[in-house]
Design a protein around this ligand. Structure first.
Ligand SMILES: Cc1cc2nc3c(=O)[nH]c(=O)nc-3n(C[C@H](O)[C@H](O)[C@H](O)COP(=O)(O)OP(=O)(O)OC[C@H]3O[C@@H](n4cnc5c(N)ncnc54)[C@H](O)[C@@H]3O)c2cc1C
Length: 490
């Protein structure tokens, strides 16, 4: 008999959370902690969503999305998870850039950038200071017609090299482009500049297992391999969900599934008013990614001076279309030294990430798909050779993922790495006005995506669900995380 992943379920719950991405787990944890009866349903066989990992022979573990997040993670984890999680957040000190315009290493914070912009790029401290202050003071009331390109032009006209320095990591960090509203850049960039780039020591597997333990302690009923097929709505109110052929009743649903799937597939057109539906259909998905995972032989040492994060490119200029092009010229290499997992086998791993378009991969037949993955791996090794000489001799395992991989494991439409574009935020926020008890928490709008953005959005939404359910005093939201505040991710 197949295992019943819903065995022992309660007859009803206050809240069903659909999806165990960082936003979904954070919502579930906070609501469980507040005393609500919470059921978390995840379609995959493990928790974490895009915050995930996989193991390969030889003691190798690869992280998928553990490349860097802002310092604000520490505060959010401490407050909404626990001290054990927060205390594993550590800084990456060697952020490298190498491209035809410049090569440099930085700690990637305001102080270091101010010095670099003066010494390498000849920009007076005063100009840099004004740029930083402008980026940091941006808020949702600002005129959103100003693009990131225009922001750069205002402070550094004609300086393609500076645009590259300032923009390339953010494009990798959340897929934003020069054409997106400047606010999406300003907020994310300022978050990183506050203190630099951080990761979770112990690896994603350790983080997710600690989060699972915390949710269990807070009596969240966590179920894997539970694919929600429908959110049930009657008379404009959430009634429950359909999952694995069963109906589960609840008063509220927090969907951590992709925003468009939530509205258009899980709920369905007929429950929304036409204008809202039109806005939802107009929400653009973010782009996707390819990655190459490389495991270094146990007896090989990669010097830490190679860098923690390396933004490398052979393209003469920084252009969004070049970053997304199948003919890859730009990659981010993440180097994982044994210190990443101090309690595991002492292993080095390297992961290369590149932004990618779904359409370049979606329709390849199996042979063409496998061939394209092989090409991706070979081209990546060619590029890595400059930084890790004789890398082919030092690496014992290679493997690639594509937009199809991300779509397969998380059900994100088009394998979107960062949910939707900016316009998704307003649609996500408006859901409870359309259907009582229906909420969405998950990657939308660049700002509310990435590890920190997803966690903080989970906090904001759980606060609203808590108020709706109990009309009791709200859970304290993270500092500056209201989407109407100036900096949701600080
Ligand atoms: C290659 C790559 C690298 C990245 N690197 C970084 C980085 O370095 N730093 C950073 O901050 N961010 C990074 N990100 C982004 C970051 O991982 C995500 O923004 C964040 O983890 C998304 O969290 P989320 O809560 O939106 O949910 P997701 O992670 O998108 O999870 C959604 C969950 O919902 C589940 N689900 C969907 N539909 C259903 C259903 N019908 N029933 C049940 N379950 C369902 C899915 O299986 C999934 O588990 C990266 C992303 C990618 C793809």
């Amino acid at each position: 008999m197949p295992k019943d992943f819903l065995a022992g379920l309660q007859p009803e719950y206050d809240v069903v959370v659909i999806g165990s991405g960082l936003a979904g787990m954070t919502s579930a944890n906070i609501l469980g902690r507040a005393g609500h009866r919470v059921l978390l349903l995840e379609q995959h066989y493990k928790l974490g969503g895009l915050a995930t990992w996989f193991k390969r022979p030889g003691g190798h573990t690869f992280d998928i999305s553990l490349h860097g997040f802002p310092f604000g993670m520490l505060k959010s984890c401490k407050r909404y998870w626990n001290d054990a999680i927060a205390s594993n957040i550590v800084q990456l000190k060697n952020i490298r850039f190498d491209n035809p315009m410049f090569s440099l290493t930085t700690t990637y914070n305001r102080e270091d950038f101010t010095a670099l912009l003066e010494s390498h790029f000849g920009i007076p401290k005063q100009t840099t200071s004004e740029f930083f202050d402008t980026a940091r003071s941006m808020n949702f009331y600002d005129d959103q017609s100003m693009t990131t390109r225009e922001l750069f032009h205002k402070f550094f006209p004609g300086r393609e090299d500076i645009v590259r320095l300032l923009m390339e990591p953010i494009t990798y960090a959340n897929g934003s482009t020069l054409e997106d509203p400047a606010i999406t850049y300003g907020i994310v960039f300022s978050n990183f500049m506050a203190k630099g780039v951080f990761i979770y020591e112990g690896g994603t597997d350790d983080l997710v297992s600690k989060m699972q333990a915390e949710m269990t302690q807070n009596r969240v009923d966590v179920r894997i391999k539970c694919d929600v097929s429908k959110i049930l709505v009657e008379n404009g109110k959430v009634q429950g969900v359909e999952v694995n052929g069963r109906t589960i009743r609840c008063r509220a649903v927090v969907s951590n599934s992709n925003l468009r799937s939530t509205i258009l597939d899980l709920v369905g057109h007929k429950h929304f008013d036409p204008k809202f539906l039109q806005d939802a259909q107009a929400v653009r998905l973010n782009n996707s990614s390819t990655q190459v995972y490389m495991a270094v032989k146990p007896d090989v040492e990669i010097p830490e001076s190679t860098g923690d994060l390396l933004f490398c490119s052979t393209a003469d200029a920084f252009r969004t279309d070049l970053l997304l092009n199948r003919n890859i010229t730009s990659r981010t290499f993440s180097f994982y030294y044994p210190k990443t997992r101090p309690d595991s086998k002492q292993r080095h791993a390297i992961v290369s990430s590149t932004n990618a378009n779904w359409n370049d991969w979606a329709d390849l037949d199996e042979t063409a798909y496998q061939d394209s993955k092989k090409d991706l791996i070979e081209n990546t090794l060619d590029a890595l050779e400059k930084y890790v000489p004789n890398c082919r001799e030092k690496i014992e395992w290679t493997e690639a993922s594509t937009p199809r991989t991300f779509n397969h494991y998380t059900k994100h439409l088009s394998g979107a790495s960062f949910g939707t574009k900016f316009e998704g935020l307003a649609v996500s926020r408006a859901l409870p006005q359309q259907i009582q008890g229906l909420y969405h928490a998950g990657s939308v709008g660049i700002i509310m995506s990435g590890w920190l953005g997803a966690i903080n959005y989970g906090v904001i939404v759980s606060n609203e669900v808590d108020q709706m359910l109990s009309k009791s005093s709200p859970i304290t939201p993270p500092a500056n995380t209201s989407p109407t505040a100036s900096n949701p991710n600080s």
